[in-house]
Ligand binder design. Structure first.
Ligand code: PLP
Length: 402
């Protein structure tokens, strides 16, 4: 079936927005994606017809809300190849990675943590905090050249026997996709738990956490057409069964006495308090939408847009692209000595929404030798015409700013 981008665009009300008298070209999808009407409708429908407090039963509506929430969990689990009891809802990837760090450095006793130089701050600061309170040390795998992890350094660092190895599946700056299966296997063989940041991979490719062999895997609904405020932490069953909750409260318990508490089974024990049922409904609707279009078709489409955009930028002259984000639709670039923020500002004046800055990756920026980059990131609703508009804006920026 041909990829009908016009029909897809019609599903996203915001894409008709005008900014500065121009129709927006939304190229900031790595930051957050837009939401199709199907997601907005599903959330509205839930609030209008079924809203109650999930897992606080005793009335028909609460039971319905519980069923809706758990059905959403099943859908999420199936989408990433997990069992429902291995799926913990969080607020976002950041919170999920903070949980994973505290599980590993705290309860699982990791005294050395291995990260990489290409991590998002969400996968650096969490470990620094967890390592500090557990008295653990942190090492970092080096990058060989733009966008590639140095495999020899992974091996060398794993010889130091870290208790946990955490890395990004896909870089939000470079778009590079790391070989998560191989890295998890190496971690396992070295006796380290593996924690994978999937914020930029799950929206773009078929992920199967069991096949990958990771222990923890994190991602966010808002980067894959779902709502903000909902994230996911996959916790491998053996670990989910044995780990203790980090936060305690209502809904996560079996029984509470003044002398102590016994906890519910996973995943409920990790989800105290009232949960974001509407968010889970939104994520389930987003998954349905992505599956309807097809993850393979999305991947191909995004690769095509990436190629077209790179070809256009090459013609501008003086554009340096960092890494290769073909599969994730990410293009981070600098133009000569022009400041990335100025490029993004001029593009914004043209209605083209980019991101400029360090992208929450200051250590990576240091490796790249740049204080900031401009970043375009594509998703299924973008068009070749929008890629061309970006190229035209970059040309204009070069002319105005040089
Ligand atoms: C690779 C990566 N990890 C983690 C995050 C954090 O995601 P969130 O802000 O949804 O917690 C992001 C967000 O941009 C990201 O790109």
């Amino acid at each position: 079936m041909a990829f009908d981008v016009d029909a897809i665009r019609d599903d996203f009300p915001i894409l008709a927005r005008m900014v500065n008298g121009k129709r927006i070209a939304y190229l900031d999808n790595a930051a957050t994606t837009q939401k199709p009407a199907a997601v907005l409708d599903a959330m509205r429908e839930y609030y209008e017809n079924s809203n109650a407090n999930a897992h606080r039963g005793g009335n028909a509506l609460a039971e319905e809300a519980t069923e809706i929430y758990e059905n959403a969990r099943k859908k999420v689990a199936r989408f990433v190849g997990a069992a429902p009891s291995e799926i913990v809802f969080t607020r976002n990837t950041t919170e999920a990675l903070n949980f994973a760090a505290r599980f590993c450095a705290g309860q699982l006793g990791a005294k050395r943590i291995l990260l990489t130089e290409m991590e998002h701050h969400s996968n650096i600061v969490n470990w620094q905090l967890a390592a500090k309170s557990a008295g653990a040390s942190i090492g970092h795998v080096k990058m060989r050249s733009y966008g590639k992890l140095c495999n020899e350094d992974v091996e060398k660092q794993l010889e130091k026997r870290p208790g946990a190895f955490s890395f990004t599946h896909a870089s939000n700056v470079l778009g590079t996709v790391n070989d998560a299966d191989a890295l998890c296997k190496m971690a396992r063989e070295a006796g380290a738990f593996s924690v994978v940041d999937g914020a930029q991979s799950v929206p773009h490719m078929k992920v199967d956490v069991h096949e990958m062999g990771c222990d923890f895997f994190a991602f966010s609904a808002h980067k894959m057409l779902g709502p903000t405020g909902l994230g996911v932490l996959y916790v491998k069953k053996e670990l989910a069964d044995k780990l203790e909750p980090i936060f305690g409260g209502g809904g996560a318990i079996e029984s509470v006495m003044l002398s102590g508490t016994t906890f519910a089974r996973a995943p409920q024990k990790f989800e105290p308090g009232t949960q974001d049922v509407a968010g889970a409904v939104g994520l389930a609707a987003a998954i349905e939408y992505l599956e309807k279009v097809g993850m393979g078709a999305i991947e191909k489409r995004v690769e095509g847009l990436h190629k077209a955009c790179i070809a256009g930028l090459k013609e501008v002259g003086g554009v340096h692209v960092h890494g290769n984000g073909e599969k994730t639709g990410i293009i981070s670039f600098n133009v000569g000595r022009l400041h990335a923020h100025d490029i993004a500002q001029i593009a914004s004046d043209d209605g083209v929404m980019l991101r400029a800055g360090h992208h929450c990756c200051q250590p990576l920026m240091k490796v790249l030798g740049a204080s900031a980059t401009a970043r375009a990131s594509f998703y299924l609703y973008n068009t070749e015409e929008e890629a061309q508009r970006l190229v035209t804006s970059v040309k204009r920026a070069k002319k105005v700013l040089s």
